[in-house]
Design a protein around this ligand. Structure first.
Ligand code: ADP
Length: 416
Protein backbone atom coordinates (compact mmCIF):
# COMPACT_ATOMS: atom_id res chain seq x y z
CA UNK A 1 0.00 0.00 0.00
CA UNK A 2 1.31 3.48 -0.96
CA UNK A 3 1.39 5.39 2.28
CA UNK A 4 3.74 8.20 1.22
CA UNK A 5 2.14 11.57 1.86
CA UNK A 6 1.58 13.62 -1.32
CA UNK A 7 2.46 17.27 -1.84
CA UNK A 8 0.90 19.28 -4.62
CA UNK A 9 3.28 21.87 -6.10
CA UNK A 10 1.65 24.44 -8.38
CA UNK A 11 3.75 26.74 -10.56
CA UNK A 12 3.55 27.71 -14.24
CA UNK A 13 7.31 27.68 -14.55
CA UNK A 14 8.89 24.24 -15.07
CA UNK A 15 12.21 25.33 -13.54
CA UNK A 16 10.42 26.37 -10.31
CA UNK A 17 8.57 23.06 -10.22
CA UNK A 18 11.85 21.24 -10.70
CA UNK A 19 13.57 23.25 -7.99
CA UNK A 20 10.75 22.61 -5.56
CA UNK A 21 10.79 18.87 -6.32
CA UNK A 22 14.53 18.78 -5.61
CA UNK A 23 14.04 20.65 -2.37
CA UNK A 24 11.24 18.43 -1.12
CA UNK A 25 13.24 15.29 -1.87
CA UNK A 26 14.69 15.57 1.58
CA UNK A 27 11.29 14.46 2.87
CA UNK A 28 9.92 11.02 2.26
CA UNK A 29 7.02 12.29 0.15
CA UNK A 30 5.55 12.04 -3.33
CA UNK A 31 5.71 15.41 -5.05
CA UNK A 32 2.95 15.93 -7.64
CA UNK A 33 3.60 18.90 -9.94
CA UNK A 34 0.87 20.99 -11.59
CA UNK A 35 1.68 23.69 -14.13
CA UNK A 36 -1.62 25.56 -13.93
CA UNK A 37 -4.43 26.32 -11.50
CA UNK A 38 -6.85 24.22 -13.54
CA UNK A 39 -4.55 21.19 -13.51
CA UNK A 40 -3.95 21.63 -9.76
CA UNK A 41 -7.69 21.77 -9.11
CA UNK A 42 -8.27 18.58 -11.12
CA UNK A 43 -5.47 16.78 -9.25
CA UNK A 44 -6.70 17.98 -5.84
CA UNK A 45 -10.16 16.70 -6.62
CA UNK A 46 -9.01 13.21 -7.52
CA UNK A 47 -6.21 12.63 -5.00
CA UNK A 48 -5.49 13.22 -1.37
CA UNK A 49 -2.71 15.75 -0.52
CA UNK A 50 -1.25 16.79 2.78
CA UNK A 51 -0.33 20.29 1.60
CA UNK A 52 -0.30 22.38 -1.58
CA UNK A 53 2.54 24.82 -2.33
CA UNK A 54 1.09 27.37 -4.71
CA UNK A 55 2.76 30.10 -6.73
CA UNK A 56 0.66 33.25 -6.51
CA UNK A 57 1.30 34.62 -9.98
CA UNK A 58 0.16 32.33 -12.72
CA UNK A 59 -1.52 33.15 -16.04
CA UNK A 60 -5.25 32.37 -16.51
CA UNK A 61 -5.96 31.32 -12.91
CA UNK A 62 -3.75 32.87 -10.27
CA UNK A 63 -3.02 31.38 -6.85
CA UNK A 64 -5.80 33.32 -5.06
CA UNK A 65 -8.45 32.10 -7.51
CA UNK A 66 -7.21 28.52 -7.22
CA UNK A 67 -7.42 28.60 -3.43
CA UNK A 68 -10.90 30.13 -3.54
CA UNK A 69 -12.02 27.30 -5.82
CA UNK A 70 -10.39 24.73 -3.54
CA UNK A 71 -12.17 26.19 -0.50
CA UNK A 72 -15.49 26.05 -2.34
CA UNK A 73 -15.30 22.32 -2.81
CA UNK A 74 -16.12 19.98 0.05
CA UNK A 75 -13.37 17.47 -0.67
CA UNK A 76 -10.62 20.08 -1.03
CA UNK A 77 -11.91 22.73 1.38
CA UNK A 78 -9.46 21.72 4.11
CA UNK A 79 -6.34 21.26 1.99
CA UNK A 80 -3.63 23.43 3.64
CA UNK A 81 -2.06 25.87 1.15
CA UNK A 82 1.28 27.64 1.38
CA UNK A 83 1.57 30.59 -0.99
CA UNK A 84 4.92 31.36 -2.53
CA UNK A 85 5.48 34.71 -4.23
CA UNK A 86 8.46 36.79 -5.34
CA UNK A 87 6.60 39.95 -6.22
CA UNK A 88 3.67 40.11 -3.84
CA UNK A 89 5.60 39.90 -0.64
CA UNK A 90 4.15 42.99 0.97
CA UNK A 91 1.67 42.92 3.82
CA UNK A 92 -1.31 43.75 1.61
CA UNK A 93 -0.73 40.65 -0.51
CA UNK A 94 0.03 38.49 2.44
CA UNK A 95 -3.34 39.47 3.93
CA UNK A 96 -5.03 38.85 0.60
CA UNK A 97 -3.47 35.41 0.56
CA UNK A 98 -4.71 34.59 4.07
CA UNK A 99 -8.15 35.94 3.20
CA UNK A 100 -8.26 33.62 0.22
CA UNK A 101 -7.64 30.74 2.59
CA UNK A 102 -3.91 30.15 2.66
CA UNK A 103 -2.42 28.88 5.88
CA UNK A 104 1.02 30.31 5.24
CA UNK A 105 2.87 32.74 3.02
CA UNK A 106 6.49 32.55 1.87
CA UNK A 107 8.29 35.30 0.03
CA UNK A 108 10.91 34.44 -2.51
CA UNK A 109 13.73 33.98 -2.11
CA UNK A 110 12.97 31.84 0.92
CA UNK A 111 15.23 29.86 3.20
CA UNK A 112 14.81 26.19 2.11
CA UNK A 113 14.94 24.90 5.70
CA UNK A 114 12.01 27.13 6.63
CA UNK A 115 9.89 25.71 3.83
CA UNK A 116 10.94 22.16 4.74
CA UNK A 117 10.08 22.65 8.39
CA UNK A 118 6.67 24.19 7.54
CA UNK A 119 5.90 21.33 5.15
CA UNK A 120 6.95 18.82 7.79
CA UNK A 121 4.34 20.23 10.16
CA UNK A 122 1.64 19.57 7.56
CA UNK A 123 2.95 16.08 6.87
CA UNK A 124 2.76 15.34 10.60
CA UNK A 125 -0.74 16.71 10.80
CA UNK A 126 -1.77 14.71 7.76
CA UNK A 127 -0.31 11.50 9.15
CA UNK A 128 -1.99 12.06 12.48
CA UNK A 129 -5.29 12.61 10.69
CA UNK A 130 -4.76 9.41 8.69
CA UNK A 131 -4.02 7.48 11.87
CA UNK A 132 -7.12 8.91 13.51
CA UNK A 133 -9.20 7.99 10.46
CA UNK A 134 -7.79 4.45 10.54
CA UNK A 135 -8.53 4.25 14.25
CA UNK A 136 -12.01 5.58 13.71
CA UNK A 137 -12.61 3.04 10.94
CA UNK A 138 -11.38 0.33 13.29
CA UNK A 139 -13.69 1.55 16.05
CA UNK A 140 -16.56 1.63 13.58
CA UNK A 141 -15.88 -1.89 12.41
CA UNK A 142 -15.48 -3.08 16.01
CA UNK A 143 -18.71 -1.38 16.83
CA UNK A 144 -20.43 -3.09 13.93
CA UNK A 145 -18.94 -6.40 15.00
CA UNK A 146 -20.19 -5.78 18.53
CA UNK A 147 -23.65 -4.83 17.32
CA UNK A 148 -23.66 -7.94 15.20
CA UNK A 149 -22.70 -10.06 18.19
CA UNK A 150 -25.36 -8.39 20.34
CA UNK A 151 -27.92 -9.08 17.57
CA UNK A 152 -26.85 -12.74 17.43
CA UNK A 153 -26.89 -13.04 21.23
CA UNK A 154 -30.31 -11.38 21.42
CA UNK A 155 -31.64 -13.74 18.76
CA UNK A 156 -30.17 -16.73 20.64
CA UNK A 157 -31.66 -15.45 23.91
CA UNK A 158 -35.03 -14.90 22.30
CA UNK A 159 -34.93 -18.43 20.93
CA UNK A 160 -33.89 -19.83 24.31
CA UNK A 161 -36.72 -17.87 25.91
CA UNK A 162 -39.24 -19.23 23.37
CA UNK A 163 -37.90 -22.77 23.93
CA UNK A 164 -38.19 -22.26 27.68
CA UNK A 165 -41.73 -21.01 27.34
CA UNK A 166 -42.58 -24.05 25.28
CA UNK A 167 -40.91 -26.34 27.81
CA UNK A 168 -42.76 -24.59 30.62
CA UNK A 169 -46.04 -25.00 28.77
CA UNK A 170 -45.21 -28.68 28.17
CA UNK A 171 -44.40 -29.02 31.85
CA UNK A 172 -47.69 -27.38 32.83
CA UNK A 173 -49.58 -29.65 30.40
CA UNK A 174 -47.74 -32.64 31.83
CA UNK A 175 -48.55 -31.62 35.41
CA UNK A 176 -52.18 -31.16 34.50
CA UNK A 177 -52.42 -34.60 32.86
CA UNK A 178 -50.61 -36.34 35.73
CA UNK A 179 -52.66 -34.56 38.40
CA UNK A 180 -55.93 -35.48 36.68
CA UNK A 181 -54.83 -39.07 36.11
CA UNK A 182 -53.76 -39.45 39.74
CA UNK A 183 -56.89 -37.95 41.19
CA UNK A 184 -59.27 -40.86 40.48
CA UNK A 185 -57.08 -43.74 41.76
CA UNK A 186 -56.14 -41.55 44.74
CA UNK A 187 -59.78 -41.03 45.65
CA UNK A 188 -60.16 -44.82 45.64
CA UNK A 189 -57.04 -45.35 47.77
CA UNK A 190 -58.14 -42.70 50.25
CA UNK A 191 -61.65 -44.12 50.48
CA UNK A 192 -60.55 -47.72 50.98
CA UNK A 193 -57.72 -46.85 53.35
CA UNK A 194 -60.20 -44.88 55.45
CA UNK A 195 -62.41 -48.01 55.61
CA UNK A 196 -59.36 -50.12 56.52
CA UNK A 197 -58.54 -47.63 59.26
CA UNK A 198 -62.01 -47.88 60.75
CA UNK A 199 -61.72 -51.72 60.71
CA UNK A 200 -58.26 -51.62 62.25
CA UNK A 201 -59.44 -49.26 64.96
CA UNK A 202 -62.25 -51.68 65.71
CA UNK A 203 -59.93 -54.72 65.84
CA UNK A 204 -57.46 -53.02 68.20
CA UNK A 205 -54.42 -54.66 66.52
CA UNK A 206 -51.75 -52.07 67.26
CA UNK A 207 -49.31 -53.07 64.48
CA UNK A 208 -52.04 -53.26 61.90
CA UNK A 209 -53.44 -49.91 63.04
CA UNK A 210 -50.03 -48.26 62.67
CA UNK A 211 -49.58 -49.65 59.17
CA UNK A 212 -53.01 -48.55 58.04
CA UNK A 213 -52.46 -45.10 59.53
CA UNK A 214 -49.29 -44.91 57.44
CA UNK A 215 -51.29 -45.61 54.29
CA UNK A 216 -53.92 -43.00 55.20
CA UNK A 217 -51.28 -40.34 55.94
CA UNK A 218 -49.42 -41.13 52.73
CA UNK A 219 -52.59 -41.00 50.63
CA UNK A 220 -53.60 -37.69 52.26
CA UNK A 221 -50.19 -36.25 51.58
CA UNK A 222 -50.37 -37.35 47.95
CA UNK A 223 -53.85 -35.87 47.71
CA UNK A 224 -52.43 -32.55 48.98
CA UNK A 225 -49.62 -32.60 46.40
CA UNK A 226 -52.02 -33.39 43.55
CA UNK A 227 -54.31 -30.57 44.69
CA UNK A 228 -51.35 -28.17 44.76
CA UNK A 229 -50.46 -29.21 41.22
CA UNK A 230 -54.01 -28.55 40.07
CA UNK A 231 -54.08 -25.21 41.91
CA UNK A 232 -50.88 -24.22 40.12
CA UNK A 233 -52.31 -25.20 36.74
CA UNK A 234 -55.52 -23.26 37.42
CA UNK A 235 -53.60 -20.16 38.50
CA UNK A 236 -51.36 -20.30 35.44
CA UNK A 237 -54.24 -20.80 33.06
CA UNK A 238 -56.37 -18.13 34.80
CA UNK A 239 -59.19 -20.57 35.48
CA UNK A 240 -59.41 -20.21 39.27
CA UNK A 241 -63.04 -19.78 40.32
CA UNK A 242 -63.22 -16.64 42.43
CA UNK A 243 -65.88 -15.18 44.61
CA UNK A 244 -64.73 -11.75 45.72
CA UNK A 245 -66.44 -10.40 48.80
CA UNK A 246 -65.59 -8.00 51.65
CA UNK A 247 -63.85 -10.05 54.35
CA UNK A 248 -62.13 -9.54 57.68
CA UNK A 249 -58.69 -10.94 57.01
CA UNK A 250 -58.03 -11.65 60.67
CA UNK A 251 -61.03 -13.99 60.81
CA UNK A 252 -59.77 -15.93 57.81
CA UNK A 253 -56.29 -16.28 59.32
CA UNK A 254 -57.70 -17.30 62.72
CA UNK A 255 -59.80 -20.00 61.08
CA UNK A 256 -56.67 -21.39 59.34
CA UNK A 257 -54.84 -21.18 62.65
CA UNK A 258 -57.65 -23.18 64.32
CA UNK A 259 -57.21 -26.01 61.81
CA UNK A 260 -53.47 -26.14 62.57
CA UNK A 261 -53.68 -26.06 66.36
CA UNK A 262 -52.96 -29.77 66.80
CA UNK A 263 -49.83 -29.61 64.65
CA UNK A 264 -48.69 -26.44 66.40
CA UNK A 265 -48.94 -28.03 69.79
CA UNK A 266 -47.16 -31.20 68.58
CA UNK A 267 -44.30 -29.04 67.42
CA UNK A 268 -44.47 -26.77 70.50
CA UNK A 269 -44.89 -23.70 68.36
CA UNK A 270 -46.75 -20.60 69.51
CA UNK A 271 -48.64 -18.32 67.15
CA UNK A 272 -49.09 -14.73 68.31
CA UNK A 273 -51.60 -12.36 66.72
CA UNK A 274 -50.29 -8.85 67.16
CA UNK A 275 -52.69 -6.14 68.33
CA UNK A 276 -54.06 -4.15 65.44
CA UNK A 277 -54.74 -7.19 63.30
CA UNK A 278 -58.38 -7.31 64.42
CA UNK A 279 -58.87 -3.62 63.62
CA UNK A 280 -57.88 -3.87 59.96
CA UNK A 281 -60.49 -2.66 57.46
CA UNK A 282 -62.37 -5.27 55.48
CA UNK A 283 -60.82 -6.23 52.14
CA UNK A 284 -62.42 -7.49 48.99
CA UNK A 285 -61.00 -11.01 48.52
CA UNK A 286 -61.87 -14.52 47.50
CA UNK A 287 -61.98 -16.08 51.00
CA UNK A 288 -61.08 -19.63 49.90
CA UNK A 289 -57.97 -18.51 48.06
CA UNK A 290 -56.89 -16.21 50.90
CA UNK A 291 -57.27 -19.04 53.40
CA UNK A 292 -55.16 -21.23 51.12
CA UNK A 293 -52.55 -18.46 51.01
CA UNK A 294 -52.29 -18.11 54.80
CA UNK A 295 -52.46 -21.87 55.31
CA UNK A 296 -49.43 -22.16 53.04
CA UNK A 297 -47.54 -19.41 54.87
CA UNK A 298 -48.34 -20.81 58.30
CA UNK A 299 -47.45 -24.36 57.20
CA UNK A 300 -44.11 -23.08 55.88
CA UNK A 301 -43.51 -21.19 59.12
CA UNK A 302 -44.24 -24.43 60.97
CA UNK A 303 -42.01 -26.49 58.67
CA UNK A 304 -39.01 -24.18 58.79
CA UNK A 305 -39.08 -23.28 62.51
CA UNK A 306 -37.56 -25.69 65.04
CA UNK A 307 -39.71 -27.05 67.85
CA UNK A 308 -40.39 -24.50 70.55
CA UNK A 309 -40.17 -21.53 68.16
CA UNK A 310 -42.64 -18.74 67.60
CA UNK A 311 -44.77 -17.48 64.73
CA UNK A 312 -46.15 -13.95 64.65
CA UNK A 313 -48.93 -12.51 62.53
CA UNK A 314 -49.20 -8.73 62.37
CA UNK A 315 -50.92 -6.25 60.12
CA UNK A 316 -51.49 -2.56 59.49
CA UNK A 317 -53.44 -0.44 57.02
CA UNK A 318 -51.37 0.94 54.13
CA UNK A 319 -53.32 3.62 52.25
CA UNK A 320 -55.83 1.89 50.01
CA UNK A 321 -54.42 -1.51 51.05
CA UNK A 322 -53.49 -3.56 54.07
CA UNK A 323 -50.18 -5.20 54.82
CA UNK A 324 -49.96 -8.47 56.72
CA UNK A 325 -46.68 -9.93 57.95
CA UNK A 326 -46.26 -13.59 58.84
CA UNK A 327 -42.99 -13.90 60.75
CA UNK A 328 -41.25 -16.88 62.27
CA UNK A 329 -38.20 -17.65 64.37
CA UNK A 330 -37.06 -20.30 61.90
CA UNK A 331 -33.99 -21.09 59.86
CA UNK A 332 -34.36 -18.03 57.62
CA UNK A 333 -33.78 -17.63 53.90
CA UNK A 334 -30.56 -16.60 52.14
CA UNK A 335 -30.90 -13.23 50.31
CA UNK A 336 -29.93 -14.74 46.93
CA UNK A 337 -32.91 -17.12 46.92
CA UNK A 338 -35.52 -14.80 48.42
CA UNK A 339 -37.02 -14.17 44.98
CA UNK A 340 -36.40 -17.67 43.60
CA UNK A 341 -38.45 -19.43 46.28
CA UNK A 342 -41.58 -17.96 44.68
CA UNK A 343 -40.94 -19.84 41.42
CA UNK A 344 -42.64 -23.19 41.05
CA UNK A 345 -40.75 -26.34 42.04
CA UNK A 346 -37.98 -24.30 43.67
CA UNK A 347 -36.60 -25.80 46.85
CA UNK A 348 -33.59 -24.58 48.76
CA UNK A 349 -32.66 -28.10 49.87
CA UNK A 350 -32.31 -31.06 47.52
CA UNK A 351 -35.46 -33.16 47.57
CA UNK A 352 -33.41 -36.34 48.07
CA UNK A 353 -32.21 -35.01 51.42
CA UNK A 354 -35.41 -33.99 53.08
CA UNK A 355 -38.30 -35.90 54.49
CA UNK A 356 -41.53 -35.04 52.75
CA UNK A 357 -43.92 -33.83 55.35
CA UNK A 358 -46.37 -30.98 55.59
CA UNK A 359 -45.52 -30.08 59.16
CA UNK A 360 -42.26 -31.76 60.28
CA UNK A 361 -39.25 -29.53 60.84
CA UNK A 362 -37.63 -29.00 57.41
CA UNK A 363 -40.08 -31.49 55.91
CA UNK A 364 -39.92 -30.28 52.32
CA UNK A 365 -42.67 -30.41 49.76
CA UNK A 366 -42.76 -30.25 45.96
CA UNK A 367 -41.84 -26.55 45.94
CA UNK A 368 -45.23 -25.32 44.82
CA UNK A 369 -46.49 -23.64 48.00
CA UNK A 370 -44.99 -20.19 47.52
CA UNK A 371 -45.60 -20.20 43.75
CA UNK A 372 -49.28 -20.77 44.51
CA UNK A 373 -49.14 -18.11 47.25
CA UNK A 374 -47.72 -15.57 44.80
CA UNK A 375 -50.31 -16.62 42.20
CA UNK A 376 -53.15 -16.04 44.69
CA UNK A 377 -51.78 -12.64 45.72
CA UNK A 378 -51.39 -11.78 42.02
CA UNK A 379 -55.02 -12.61 41.36
CA UNK A 380 -55.86 -10.09 44.11
CA UNK A 381 -53.60 -7.44 42.53
CA UNK A 382 -51.42 -7.51 45.61
CA UNK A 383 -47.76 -8.12 46.39
CA UNK A 384 -45.88 -10.76 48.36
CA UNK A 385 -42.22 -10.86 49.29
CA UNK A 386 -39.97 -12.16 51.99
CA UNK A 387 -37.45 -10.48 54.25
CA UNK A 388 -34.87 -12.45 56.16
CA UNK A 389 -31.34 -11.72 57.40
CA UNK A 390 -30.19 -15.04 55.90
CA UNK A 391 -30.26 -18.78 56.32
CA UNK A 392 -28.76 -20.28 59.47
CA UNK A 393 -30.03 -23.46 61.06
CA UNK A 394 -28.01 -22.83 64.24
CA UNK A 395 -28.91 -19.22 65.05
CA UNK A 396 -32.34 -19.27 63.33
CA UNK A 397 -32.61 -15.62 62.20
CA UNK A 398 -36.25 -16.08 61.06
CA UNK A 399 -38.22 -14.91 58.03
CA UNK A 400 -40.98 -12.36 57.49
CA UNK A 401 -43.43 -12.85 54.66
CA UNK A 402 -45.12 -9.57 53.68
CA UNK A 403 -48.45 -9.53 51.88
CA UNK A 404 -50.07 -6.37 50.58
CA UNK A 405 -53.70 -6.62 49.50
CA UNK A 406 -55.74 -3.75 48.04
CA UNK A 407 -58.94 -2.90 49.95
CA UNK A 408 -60.97 -3.11 46.77
CA UNK A 409 -60.67 -4.88 43.46
CA UNK A 410 -61.15 -3.11 40.15
CA UNK A 411 -64.67 -3.72 38.88
CA UNK A 412 -63.23 -5.35 35.72
CA UNK A 413 -61.48 -8.01 37.91
CA UNK A 414 -64.59 -8.93 39.88
CA UNK A 415 -66.31 -10.61 36.96
CA UNK A 416 -63.71 -13.42 36.81
P1 ADP B 1 -41.83 -26.44 49.71
O1 ADP B 1 -42.87 -27.36 49.22
O2 ADP B 1 -40.43 -26.88 49.40
O3 ADP B 1 -42.03 -26.01 51.12
P2 ADP B 1 -42.47 -23.72 49.03
O4 ADP B 1 -42.77 -23.10 47.70
O5 ADP B 1 -43.52 -23.60 50.07
O6 ADP B 1 -42.05 -25.19 48.76
O7 ADP B 1 -41.14 -23.06 49.56
C1 ADP B 1 -40.01 -23.00 48.73
C2 ADP B 1 -38.75 -22.98 49.57
O8 ADP B 1 -38.72 -21.76 50.31
C3 ADP B 1 -38.71 -24.07 50.60
O9 ADP B 1 -38.11 -25.23 50.05
C4 ADP B 1 -37.87 -23.46 51.71
O10 ADP B 1 -36.51 -23.69 51.46
C5 ADP B 1 -38.12 -21.96 51.59
N1 ADP B 1 -39.05 -21.46 52.61
C6 ADP B 1 -40.37 -21.22 52.47
N2 ADP B 1 -40.90 -20.73 53.59
C7 ADP B 1 -39.89 -20.63 54.48
C8 ADP B 1 -39.77 -20.17 55.85
N3 ADP B 1 -40.83 -19.71 56.52
N4 ADP B 1 -38.55 -20.22 56.42
C9 ADP B 1 -37.48 -20.67 55.75
N5 ADP B 1 -37.51 -21.13 54.48
C10 ADP B 1 -38.69 -21.10 53.84
Amino acid sequence: MDTKPRILVVDDRPQNLYAMEQLLRALNVEVVPASSGAQALALALERDFCVAIVDVQMPEMDGYELVELLRGNESTANLPVIFVSAIFSDEYHHRKGYDAGAVDFLSKPFVPEILISKVRVFIDLYQQRRRLQALFAEVLSLNEELEDRVRQRTAALEKAYRDLELLDRNKSDFIQVIAHELRTPLTLIRGYSQMLLEDAEGQGDKDNLQQVRGIVTGADRMHGVVNSMLDMVRIESGTVRLDFQPCTICELIRSVHGSLEQVLSQRHLVVTFEPGLDDLPRVEVDPDSIQKLFEQLLLNAIKYTPDGGSITVSGHPDGQAIEIVVGDSGIGIAPEVQELIFTKFYQTQRSTFHSTSKTKFKGGGPGLGLAIARGIVGIHNGKIWVESPGHDEETCPGSQFHIVLPLQQKTSDLSS
